[in-house]
Design a protein around this ligand. Structure first.
Ligand SMILES: [Zn+2]
Length: 457
């Protein structure tokens, strides 16, 4: 295929992928197509009305975060902003007024909101970037969203909410999809036990940490007993064994918790000390399954550029679960350390046959890395093709908010306010508030209270 043919076929698959998203999010009757140069056309079969949407593929096919960013207030034009404030308009240095107009039977939107959706959802911005953190991750602070102050806003959803209003005016008889706001919680099982799975040397080190850093002398004294009794089952007194508490909390609020397990070792210093085939982990997984919660994959540290290893770690998980009689309709998970490279990591999940990935937020700042809190079909911006995999954007990892190395908001009211604000933004666009909370950060009463507040707010 020559480069012109590649561009055309990639453009066709981009439009078809965007059409799929519009069908899922608005109505399955919508048909999107190219309309000359510079516009896309949205139609409904049998109707003379249509919507023309500005399209500037050259703007939104760029990796990099140097696009200009204008702002548009929908209210004076008679449209409603989902969050009640003007919308950022990345890619434009100014926007025309009016931004949306009607000429005869055509509504014209003079902003490339679908180009923006494509750029944000496919993570085109991150392709080939070298301004990464020490774990090779694209950090929030390098992103266009952070630099222009909209990282904590689901801007793709906000623009689709505007498009929904135009669609509704163009075709009042069309019943639009009405997604329900949902809370999703998941727990990366990096360290299921504080004392179990340790060598003697490691146990002594942990005990020293109990005394010197955590000032938990009693815990340190109990450690050898807990350690010696953790061979077949996690010990109920191990401070990191909070799994039953987590499941009970989820059950109180009618939430299904997902627990993602590490199934390989590619960098022992950062990977798990446990083997997923260990009797104590098998027992834990059986317990999770019996209570109706979900088990998933947490690919080890150095797998994010190695689809073949992600696939082999997935096979270990599925085989172990099968041996334990654990059957699930859907399998998914999240990358350890949130390590991610677009598009390589996508192919790991794809090759593993997993239905979804829920990695995409930033470690150093919570918010909407993909500009959305709705699940969507993955897209490779380099090959220009849609994948089977679905992306479930993560909105917050708890330590991004709490930890001194990230936002450092403590574990009191200031942190709670941040979580609630993110959750409200998800609610405003009827999306999913997807939250990662590790089992190791629920051992203290204050942590548990904060977590429950976030779930119930
Ligand atoms: Zn992890």
């Amino acid at each position: 295929m020559n480069s012109m043919d590649f561009l055309m076929s990639s453009r066709d698959s981009t439009i078809s992928w965007l059409n799929t998203i519009l069908c899922e999010r608005l109505s399955k009757h919508l048909k999107l197509m190219q309309c000359g140069k510079g516009y896309l056309l949205l139609t409904v079969s049998g109707s003379a009305t249509n919507i023309r949407i500005r399209s500037e593929p050259a703007t939104f096919s760029q990796a990099g975060s140097d696009l200009p960013c204008a702002s548009w207030d929908p209210q004076p034009e008679g449209w409603k902003s989902a969050l009640g404030v003007p919308l950022p308009a990345p890619g434009a240095s100014s926007v025309p007024s009016p931004l949306i107009e009607k000429i005869d039977t055509t509504y014209i939107i003079h902003y490339d909101l679908l180009g923006l959706a494509c750029w944000m959802l496919s993570r085109q911005e991150e392709v080939g970037r070298v301004d990464l953190d020490k774990h090779g991750r694209f950090p929030a602070r390098s992103s266009h969203a952070y630099k222009h102050g909209y990282l904590e806003r689901p801007i793709v959803d906000e623009w689709l909410a505007i498009l929904a209003q135009v669609v509704q005016r163009a075709w009042p008889q069309l019943a639009l999809a009405k997604p329900q706001f949902t809370v999703r919680v998941s727990h990366d099982v990096d360290t299921p036990a504080r004392y179990g799975f340790s060598s003697v040397g490691r146990l002594l080190q942990t005990m020293a940490g109990d005394v010197l850093r955590r000032h938990e002398v009693l815990e340190a004294l109990r450690a050898p007993l807990i350690w010696s009794q953790s061979k077949k089952k996690l010990h109920s007194a191990d401070p990191f064994n909070t799994f039953n508490w987590i499941m009970s909390a989820s059950e109180r609020y009618k939430i299904i918790s997902a627990f993602y397990f590490i199934c390989g070792k590619t960098y022992p210093a950062h990977d798990a000390r446990y083997d997923v085939r260990h009797p104590a982990i098998r027992e834990l997984m059986r317990g999770i399954h019996t209570r109706g919660h979900e088990i998933g994959l947490h690919p080890s540290y150095n797998t994010y550029k190695r689809p073949d290893i992600i696939a082999s770690e997935a096979r270990v998980l599925i085989r172990t679960c099968r041996e334990e009689g654990i059957k699930q309709a859907t399998w998914g998970g999240r990358m350890h350390f949130l390590r991610w490279q677009t598009p390589a990591t996508l192919y790991g999940w794809e090759q593993a046959g997993m239905a979804y990935d829920s990695t995409l937020t930033y470690a150093d700042h919570p918010g909407f890395r993909c500009g959305t809190c709705h699940e969507y079909p993955a897209f490779d911006p380099v090959a220009g093709k849609a994948l089977q995999l679905r992306i479930r954007p993560l909105i917050a990892m708890e330590c991004s908010v709490l930890a001194p190395r990230y936002m450092n908001l403590g574990s009191g009211d200031i942190a709670l306010k941040k979580f609630i604000q993110l959750k409200q933004s998800c609610r405003a666009v009827n999306g999913d508030f997807t939250l990662l909370w590790h089992n190791t950060l629920l051992e203290r009463q204050q942590q548990r209270a904060l977590y429950e507040h976030v779930l119930t707010a």
